[in-house]
Design a protein around this ligand. Structure first.
Ligand code: DGT
Ligand code: MG
Length: 413
């Protein structure tokens, strides 16, 4: 009898946007291995290879149980030859040589360390690596001229490489809410990105801002940023008008829409006091933890061990950024991204900025290949009818795409 002659544990559709992908899953070892290879491909700017590993990992994330034998995967989509080889090796030998070699590789380690600097992408990191620069300290010593973003990135390197907790995101939310309320009453702010998908930590905090009266949001970003800067809350900021031009092959959008889409990349200065105030005033009992220290935030905000960070092969269980050595710090740096969207595009912006990145990619791929539509964070264009489809909610967009609605917590592909 063929030991592999068993049916797949479940049958799953091939696009991640057709499935629920929860945050908690059952195949951490396999997913960790595939994620290392995906990351390495991305750092080597081999996008296609990266996506193939990400799709395979996402498929495993949506399985309802742990895989014990490769035969259980028979008939499942998204698993290419390379991914299957890695999966088999991990299942049979408890590890994969290619993954181990990647993790140990000087190039991979250096590329990770250098792209871990805010403002440094794979191209720049690769150029530096070939000059013998492997670490942020090497870079500092090299005397290279850095742009403003990179200078800030180097300066706040340690903080920006520590996960941001949900408690920290909530504290920043209160402050940004206040800024938005001061400069434009009635404006609305929504926590997006990984935290909206239910993650307990992230690499940054992302907010989407809009106003129910179309047009009132114009110029809002500049005002919000100025307010935050005046309070000394931004360590760095760069505001762009509609920096993101999606899908070069997408239809041209009216310039007025594009002009209104604003984004700000920033580094926020979060003080221990601000964090303490939030965690004490919150109504969620799970995040209300007693502490008799003045500047040290509650334990809930200090926990740094995170399953999603471990999944990415980056086990970070160091002592908190808030308590270093014997003393305690009074503030930390946090990456903060702000996006302003006109109300008419809000649903598209919300869907487009909630992620995950792979889920977004899969939505757009589904739209193009299965529906002849172009989805962006602004609009949905139907190429057959030659018209833009309006939507007031994420549910409507899924319906227009002919997809079952997947809530944010199911978009962790
Ligand atoms: P994190 O921060 O590591 O917990 O993970 P995410 O999922 O929050 O990832 P992040 O912060 O890089 O981006 C949030 C989502 O926004 C991401 O899942 C996809 C989307 N996104 C990121 N950058 C862009 C962009 O330039 N344009 C558009 N339309 N969407 C973007
Ligand atoms: Mg994020």
């Amino acid at each position: 009898e063929d030991p592999d002659a068993e049916l797949a544990v479940v049958s799953l559709p091939s696009y991640a946007c057709q499935r629920h992908t929860p945050l908690q899953h059952h195949n951490k070892g396999l997913i960790g291995a595939l994620s290392i290879l995906a990351e390495n491909a991305e750092l080597s700017e081999n996008e296609g290879r990266g996506v193939a590993f990400r799709r395979a990992a996402a498929l495993l994330k949506s399985l309802p149980q742990e895989i014990g034998r490769a035969g259980q995967l028979r008939g499942l989509p998204c698993l290419g030859d390379h991914s299957l080889r890695v999966i088999k090796e991990v299942l049979e030998d408890g590890g994969c040589r290619e993954v181990e070699a990647t993790k140990e590789s000087e190039q991979f380690k250096a590329m990770k360390a250098l792209t871990g600097i805010f403002g440094v992408g794979p191209k720049t990191a690769d150029r530096w690596f070939r000059e013998g620069i492997h670490t942020p300290s090497d870079l500092q010593r090299s005397g290279h001229t850095l742009n403003r973003a990179q200078q800030a990135g180097l300066q706040h390197y340690d903080d920006l490489n520590l996960p941001v907790t949900k408690a920290e995101a909530d504290a920043i939310c209160l402050i940004v809410e206040r800024a938005v309320g001061e400069v434009l009453p009635g404006a609305e702010i929504t926590l997006i990105g990984g935290f909206r998908r239910g993650k307990q930590t992230g690499h940054d905090v992302d907010f989407l801002i809009t106003h129910p009266e179309e047009g009132r949001e114009e110029g809002l970003m500049v005002k919000v940023v100025s307010w935050l800067e005046a309070q000394g809350l931004l360590l760095y900021q760069k505001t762009t008008r509609n920096s993101y031009l999606e899908g070069k092959d997408g239809p041209a959008r009216p310039p007025s829409n594009m002009d209104r889409f604003e984004r700000c990349f920033s580094i926020f200065r979060l003080s221990a006091e601000q964090l303490r105030r939030t965690t004490h005033s919150t109504t969620d009992p799970s995040s209300r933890v007693n502490t008799d220290l003045h500047t040290v935030p509650p334990q809930s905000a200090l926990r740094r061990s995170d399953s999603s960070a471990q999944m990415d092969g980056q086990v970070r269980v160091e002592s908190s950024v808030w308590s270093q050595g014997s003393g305690s710090r009074s503030w930390r740096a946090v990456r903060l991204d702000l996006v302003v969207s006109p109300y008419s595009q809000f649903a598209f912006a919300l869907l487009g900025w909630t992620g995950s990145k792979l889920f977004e990619r899969e939505l757009r791929r589904w739209a193009v290949h299965e529906r002849a539509m172009t989805l962006s964070s602004h609009t949905l264009y139907d190429s057959r009818q030659k018209l833009y489809l309006r939507a007031g909610s994420e549910q409507e967009i899924f319906a227009l795409l002919g997809l079952e609605y997947i809530p944010p917590c199911g978009r962790n592909a």
